[in-house]
Design a protein around this ligand. Structure first.
Ligand code: KIV
Length: 273
């Protein structure tokens, strides 16, 4: 996390430092990454957290969803990314069904932590609350993920904004409280109305990281390929091509860090009503 301390540029980001950032109103930055080369550049730009997301199924493996990704895939890419990082906190995604039971989630999480991750991410609430508790009791820091959860694509029938309307908004707020109470240290909010993201951020004690959730979260995450303008088809409104503005890959990462910290990105135009 950036701060005024002279060693802040190289001090590894820790889980307690994420809570300090929320308390002090310092905005957090996160990018997805899948290999050591990009990890080095992202780390050098001062990005606080790197996520080995199951988005790798789509942007690296070429699938049409995240569902084919395995825990072994995530462990392999986590080890690659870990070799490129010195400072950023590394989060590894529990892929589809790797968190179907607490025991399976612990098995996969142990692979990820041994590969160099500090935290694991999982989608949803419901029975996942037991999974979060089980992992946290066994010293595995957890990032929860609510709103549009891409592993639910078959049930949802597509990738759409979630939490619209009073009832759905209250459900999402209750889920956010529940994942925090279960012990999650971080919460990704994907594609939710920006006022709902603001309420969640003001209500839960853990840092919120938005993607398509507007400007009021404690931090922001983007998929690496998206923010470098590498995308098939229509670009969602929450994505910005930082390579076009930054002039180089390194410049893109630095522009992302600067704009998130300054509150310039995301703007209201990048969020949903
Ligand atoms: O897998 C992923 O890249 C993610 C981000 C979109 C948050 O979950």
């Amino acid at each position: 996390m950036y701060s005024d301390r002279p060693d802040a540029a190289t001090t590894p980001v820790t889980v307690p430092a994420l809570f300090d950032a929320k308390r002090d109103g310092r905005r957090l930055t996160m990018l997805t990454c899948y290999d050591a080369g990009f990890a080095r550049a992202i780390d050098a730009a001062g990005v606080d957290m790197v996520l080995v997301g199951d988005s790798l199924g789509m942007v690296v493996q070429g699938h049409s969803s995240t569902l084919p990704v395995t825990a072994e895939d995530i462990a392999y890419h986590t080890a690659c990314v870990a070799r490129g990082l010195r400072r950023a906190l590394l989060v590894a995604d529990l892929p589809f069904q790797a968190d179907a039971t607490p025991a399976e989630a612990l098995r996969a999480s142990t692979l990820f932590l041994r590969a160099g991750a500090t935290m694991v991410k999982l989608e949803g609430a419901g029975f996942k609350l037991d999974v979060i508790r089980y992992l946290v009791e066994r010293e595995v820091p957890v990032c929860a993920h609510l709103g549009l959860t891409p592993q639910s694509v078959l049930r949802l029938g597509g990738y759409r904004v979630q939490g619209r309307g009073e009832a759905a908004g209250e459900r999402l707020l209750a889920d956010a409280r529940a994942v925090a109470e279960a012990g999650a240290s971080l919460l990704v909010l994907e594609c939710v109305p920006m006022e709902l993201a603001r309420r969640v951020t003001e209500t839960v004690g853990i840092p919120t990281i938005g993607i398509g959730a507007g400007p009021h979260c404690d931090g922001q995450v983007l998929v690496l390929h998206d923010m470098l303008g590498l995308r098939h088809g229509r670009r969602p409104r929450f994505v910005r091509d930082f390579l076009a503005d930054g002039g180089s890959v390194q410049g893109a990462f630095e522009a992302f860090v600067r704009e998130v910290r300054e509150g310039a990105f995301p703007a209201a135009e990048h969020g949903y009503a």
